[in-house]
Design a protein around this ligand. Sequence first.
Ligand code: UGA
Ligand code: MN
Length: 253
Amino acid sequence: PTIYVITPTYARLVQKAELTRLSQTFLHVPQLHWIVVEDSSQRTDLVSHFLEHSGLVFTHLHIPTPQDRKLQEGDPNWLKPRGVEQRNEGLRWLRENIWAGETAEGVVYFADDDNTYSLQLFEEMRWTQRVSVWPVGLVGGMRYEGPVVEQGRVVRFHTGWRPSRPFPLDMAGFATSLRLVLRNPEARFDGNSPMGFVESSFLQGLVTMEELEPKAEMCTKVLVWHTRTEKPKMKREEALQAQGLGSDSKVEV
Ligand code: UGA
Ligand code: MN
């Protein structure tokens, strides 16, 4: 089965660095189709050129997050969910472009551009029947969060916050079969869901806790980390720019 990886991404100083790290992980994964969805009103030249030279099988989409849904400078980052419209756009593309027949073998995974992914993770998810799950490291103010497995079944979730949520999982902690996505055309992420419920808004109706397929040695191994990249400081750059001595704007970073 092909793994369709949906990645929301947006323009900022570290974007090319993040995409480089991610693409060079994906180059080691057989049968991976990367669906990159820019948070922008147009495809940007930077991402277009980047993908053309990436060596990956890819689809390049874009959809802007409406202004009233975007996080403003200074907002706490839990205020509004990010990447929601972009993930839904990736789902739309799959539903319109992949034939929903018996041969539609595949897996759908939502990979944010700043996390760290072990190659082993992709082999764990490749044989997903409905929805497979595993722990995520360094998330939710915890060493890791993840499903708790007893006798081969998920019975609850190890999380530091609101374990009563229908699916208290991080976006990086599950994959779904392509067939399930195609057969449930209404399943999507709800950007209006309260904080921490975005993943649940998609998974509710697709699967029950009892049906979840635990991977990564019964959810005892961490194969993905919710790393976050520090925003680079530009103090010197700005000081030099004020003197007309800033870095060459023709050099892409
Ligand atoms: C956490 C979760 O791990 C995300 O899956 C979830 O989308 C996010 O919170 C949220 O709901 O707010 P976090 O590291 O805080 O992740 O979020 P980011 O990595 O900053 O953003 C998630 C994805 O959306 C990234 O791929 C990022 O490139 C993209 N994004 C972010 C946009 O497309 N537009 C933006 O304005 C910001
Ligand atoms: Mn992130």
